[in-house]
Write a protein that binds this ligand. Structure first.
Ligand SMILES: [Zn+2]
Length: 157
């Protein structure tokens, strides 16, 4: 199941979305999902914790991590692993790829239709390709000075 980002969402809509994915809509899960689905950005667990606790100060780090695990398991969100120390959570589960700006640390969507792969390798016997996730790591051109402005990147999917 893919989830389209609909913003801003009301608490009742978020609770319904959680139930649709087989997740019991506790108050804390609604808060966490609310942050993920109300922002068109990719968040790390720590950033998510900071945002949730700026509105609702009783969510522990463990609760955030456990909720993210559950959301991933139920395919409510997807995980984008730039490297083991940079993991982002994405409310957009439709097929798409990412630019990772190594200068600003920002992750930006690349629409699936805007990326074509040639020369797909032969898969091992008995295997099928489940998904392909491409991360294009970008940095400012030498001498360009400063991080790339988000406005110069392609629009989100
Ligand atoms: Zn994304």
């Amino acid at each position: 199941m893919t989830t389209q980002i609909r913003a801003p969402m009301q608490r009742g809509e978020i609770a319904e979305l959680l139930r649709d994915h087989g997740i019991a809509p506790t108050h804390q899960r609604i808060e966490i999902a609310g942050v993920l689905f109300s922002r068109c950005e990719h968040l790390s667990a720590d950033r998510l914790l900071t945002i949730v606790n700026s509105r609702y100060s009783e969510v522990s780090k463990a609760t955030v991590y456990n909720s993210l695990r559950l959301f991933l398991e139920k395919k409510l969100i997807r995980e984008v692993i730039v490297d083991p120390s940079r993991v982002f959570y994405d409310a957009n589960t439709a097929p798409h790829h990412h630019f990772y700006n190594m200068s600003s640390g920002e992750l930006t969507d690349i629409c699936d239709a805007n990326l074509q792969l040639a020369g797909m390798p032969t898969l091992p016997d008995g295997m099928v390709a489940d998904s392909i996730d491409v991360i294009v790591r970008i940095r400012p051109r030498d001498g360009a000075g400063g991080p790339v402005a988000p406005a110069s990147l392609p629009a989100s999917c």
